[in-house]
Design a protein around this ligand. Structure first.
Ligand SMILES: C[S@@+](CC[C@H](N)C(=O)[O-])C[C@H]1O[C@@H](n2cnc3c(N)ncnc32)[C@H](O)[C@@H]1O
Length: 226
């Protein structure tokens, strides 16, 4: 998969692409990430990319031209163009699983007050990472990339993400590591006795219990309720 991220703040991605699993996925050529500064696509003096809003109001608005030109410079028949916006479709694991199937994602990061509305004509999908407003689309772009990249074959073990929270509308089961007794807090006996059938049953039951307690809405979805 190739991912092009269009931003005014490329340096924000330095840590993201140079650490841990994402770094390894790039080194192993499982993904390519290009960080594109759309200021380079401005034809105005001083590479201006924003201006005051028509009709007045607070903040600066990103102009169409540099963003659209930047999109056009990388877009091909395989591309899906994503706009980060608090007004978009709610992002979740099921959207991540869908995005994983694309060969090329282009993610546009807004900043300041937002974009010229006409930019919406040049994107395929608008995504929000939650009902709150961030200063820019860089963190949402990282959230989207990170959650999609870990689903790509070879990045992490498939077993690992198939048991993650939200698979089959369930939360993950609790996990423990050594020591078996930490300040009197004991690891459940069933996990220590080595009986794999019992361990599997225990984990399934824990998933169901946890989901019921913490996220009953997920079970509602599964049964077609709510
Ligand atoms: C300050 S926000 C603009 C918010 C806009 N005025 C509104 O209320 O809809 C600047 C940029 O941050 C990004 N952003 C902020 N919150 C976001 C969220 N929850 N999900 C996705 N992107 C977000 C978007 O790219 C947005 O254009």
């Amino acid at each position: 998969m190739r991912i092009d991220i269009l931003t005014l703040f490329p340096k924000m991605f330095d840590g993201f692409i140079n650490e841990s699993i994402i770094k390894r996925a790039i080194e192993n050529k499982l993904i390519t990430i290009n960080i594109i500064d759309f200021r380079e696509f401005s034809s105005l003096k001083h590479k201006q990319v924003d201006d005051t809003p028509y009709g007045g109001g607070a903040g600066m608005v990103l102009m169409c031209e540099p963003i659209v030109k930047a999109i056009e410079s990388v877009k091909d028949d395989d591309s899906l163009v994503i706009l980060t916006t608090p007004q978009g479709k709610s992002y979740n694991q099921s959207v991540a699983l869908d995005l994983k199937n694309y060969k090329h994602l282009i993610i546009v990061c807004g900043h300041y007050e937002g974009y010229d509305e006409r930019i919406r004509n040049f994107v395929d999908l608008e995504l929000s990472i939650g009902d709150y407003v961030l200063t820019g689309g860089e963190i949402p772009a990282m959230v989207i990339c990170d959650s999609v990249i870990r689903l790509i074959d070879g990045v992490i073990k498939k077993d690992s993400y198939m048991e993650d929270s939200f698979t089959d509308n369930l939360l993950d089961y609790p996990t423990y590591t050594k020591p078996a007794d930490f300040r009197g807090l004991k690891v459940p006996e069933v996990l220590i006795n080595g009986n794999h059938k019992l361990i599997e049953e225990y984990r399934k039951e824990e998933q169901r219990k946890r989901t019921e307690e913490r996220r009953p809405d997920l079970l509602g979805d599964k049964d077609g309720k709510d």
